[in-house]
Design a protein around this ligand. Sequence first.
Ligand code: HEM
Length: 398
Amino acid sequence: MDLDGNITALDKVSVNVDTGNERRDRGPVYRSTLSNGMPVWTVAGYDEAIAALNDSRLSAAAMLAAGALDGGKLEPDLRDALLKGLTNSDPPDHTRLRRLVSSVFTARRVEAMRPWIARLTEDLIDGFAPGDRVELMTAFAEPLPILVISELLGIPEADRPRVRDWSRTIISGLGSPDFPVAAAVEFVDYLRDLIADRREHPDDALISGLIRARDERDALTANELTSTIFLMIVAGHDTTVSLIGNGVYLLMTQPDLAVRLREDAGRLPGAIEEFLRLESPVPTANMRAAVESFDLGDTRISAGDLVAIDLQAANRDSARFTDPARLDPARAQGRHLAFGHGIHFCLGAPLARLEGELAIGTLLRRFPGLRLAVPAAEMTWSQATFVHRPDALPLMLA
Ligand code: HEM
C-alpha cells in the first residue's frame, strides 16, 4: 500500500477469480454462447454497457419470452408466475410494478432501519468467540440478508431455510442447461399458499401490502404478485450475501486497509463502493433481447438477438477507471455499474449498502485480528452466471 492508502497489485491476490479482464480483451461487444447453448452478445465495455442499459430497444420481457432464463423448460404460466416480476418487464408494466414497491426502499426509510439491522448484526456476531474458526458465508454472510428481507416481506421464520434453498437453486440455474424445474414448481406453489394465508391473516409487511394492492386496486396480476415476491426474495438477499463475502475476502487480502477502516469507519462507505466495483456480486445484468436492429458501439445487433451486459468487466474497464484493479476507497471517478443503470437500476441499493456497511464494519470492530484460515489462492468461486462470490470463506477470529 502507498502512503495515500491506495492498494496496489490486487490482481495478484485474486488469482483464482475471473475479474472480467480476459472477457473485455475480446472487445467491448463480442459474440458468445450461454451455458444453455443460446447465442448471445456480451457487452464488456463501460460505455457500451451504459448505452445498452439505457436502450429501450433491448427488452427484458422479450428475453424472458425467448426462454433465455429457463431454457424454455417452464410452461408459460409457471414461467410468468416465477420470473415475470419487474426485472423482466418493460414499461409501462415495469413502471407500474416498480412504483408499487419503490416506496419501501427509499434512502430515508432504509436509514430508519439502521438500528434494527445493527442489532441483528450484533446478535449474529454474539454467537462467535475469539479463537473460533468460522465459515463466514454460512455463519454470517447468508443469515443476515435473509433475516432482513424475510422480516420486510413477512416470510414466516420456519419457512426461511427452504425459501433460501429454493431461491439459491433457481438463481444458480438461470441461463444454465439444467434449469431446476422442480424447485420452480415447489416455490411457486409455496408462494401461492403463502399469499392465500396472508389474505386470511394480513400483517404489516410488504407481501400483505402487495396483496391489498391487487385485491383493492387491481394494481397487479396474480402472476405479477408471485413473481414480484420471488424477485424481492432473490434480489433482496442472495446479492447482499455476495457483497458481504466479497468485501470481507478483499479486506482479508488487504490487511492494511482493514486496519485503516477500523481506525476510521468514515472510510467504509467508499470501501463498500470499491468492493462492489472490483468483485461485483451480480457479474452480469439480467439479459435483454433486441426488439429491433440497431448499432451498439461498432456492433450491429439484429432484432431477436440476446444481449448480456457484463457488469464485472465494465467495472474494470481501464478506459473508465484509472488503474482499475486497484482498490481505492477514495476513488471519486464515475459510477460503477454493480447495481446496474437506467430504469432497472437496483431498487435495493440503499438497503444493500447499509447491510454491507453494518455487517463488515461490525465484524472488523468486534474481531480486530480477523484473518483468512486458508491461502486466498486455494479458495474457489461460484461459477453461476448471475452470482459472484466465494463458495466458502474460512476465517480465524481474533
Ligand atoms: C449488493 C447487493 C445487490 C446488488 C449487487 C444488486 C444488483 C442489482 C442489479 C445489477 C440490478 C439490475 C439488473 C438489470 O438491470 O438487469 C438489480 C435490480 C434489482 N434489485 Fe438489486 N442488488 C442488490 C441488492 C438488492 C436488495 C437488497 C434488494 C432489495 C429488495 C434488491 C432489489 C432489486 C430489485 C427489485 C431489482 C429490479 C429493479 C427493476 O427491474 O426495476 N437488490 N439489482
